[in-house]
Design a protein around this ligand. Structure first.
Ligand code: 13P
Length: 251
């Protein structure tokens, strides 16, 4: 791992932890985990807990807070949606885009994902772009094609310098919240496909994360793959002591 690409542990809390719970969680987590060079810790709380989370972590340069989803318009009549500017105002410096739950539960299209990427780049916010195949697509041997289609659609038209600002998260849909995870070798194969596409587009150094049922028993093997630059974790990040143990793993 080079200094330019720190090992990244990203926690996606999904629809868990209200502001008071987030504050208490972070108090316990910060007491257990000291900053370490070459490692970054990112948290994606629910929108209403972003401000409390950002305040709780303000003394820690190794920690960043992000939002789980944004709308691409700066403002307007979009009931329930949060703009990039609103997220930033609450203390988020980055966003997840195209998470499988947004795509498959809420029906987000690839065109929507692209617009979100554009809006975040224009606002100089960080982006974690999520891609991943469904089980039936994997069984049909379409994993590489699906992941590349999602990636290409989201980054269409981006300049090299813009593209190099994205973090990509490979999260196979069948591995999310199911207890089934991709083998480290399978995940690394897909990471190589993603890396190949980015390199061909002139952006060879992006951080690429793996997500999907990451936990204490598989983290070491996943991070032992040089292609895996970090992890994006849901369920196993919800308990502060358990997440502390995972981020303290030495690959
Ligand atoms: P789990 O770690 O609960 O499988 O969730 C993964 C995920 O969707 C992170 O964004």
């Amino acid at each position: 791992m080079t200094a330019l690409r720190p090992l990244l542990f990203a926690a996606n809390w999904k629809m868990h932890l209200d502001p008071a719970e987030a504050r208490e969680y972070l108090q316990r987590f910060l007491a257990a985990v000291a900053p370490r060079s070459g490692r970054e810790l990112w948290f994606f709380p629910g929108s209403v807990a972003i401000e409390a989370s950002a305040q709780a972590c303000r003394s820690r340069a190794d920690i960043r807070i992000g939002i789980q989803d944004v709308h691409w318009e700066p403002k307007g009549a979009f009931t329930g949606a949060v703009s990039v500017g609103m997220a930033r105002g609450a203390g988020a410096s980055m966003a997840l885009v195209g998470h499988s739950e947004r795509r498959h539960v809420f029906g987000e299209s690839e065109a929507d994902t692209r617009k979100k990427v554009r809006a975040l780049l224009d606002a100089a916010m960080g982006i974690v772009l999520c891609v991943g195949e469904k089980l039936e697509e994997r069984e049909r041997g379409e994993t590489g094609a699906v992941v590349l289609r999602q990636l290409a659609a989201a980054i269409d038209g981006l300049a090299k310098e813009e593209l190099s600002r994205l973090v990509i998260a490979y999260e196979p849909v069948w591995a999310i919240g199911t207890g089934r995870h991709a083998t480290p070798a399978d995940a690394a194969d897909v990471h190589r496909v993603i890396r190949g596409h980015l390199t061909a587009r002139g952006a060879p150094t992006n951080t690429i994360l793996y997500g999907g049922s990451v936990n204490l028993s598989n983290i070491r093997a996943l991070l032992a793959e040089p292609e895996i630059n970090g992890v994006l974790v849901g369920g196993a990040s919800l308990d502060p002591e358990r997440w502390a143990e995972i981020v303290e793993t030495n690959a």
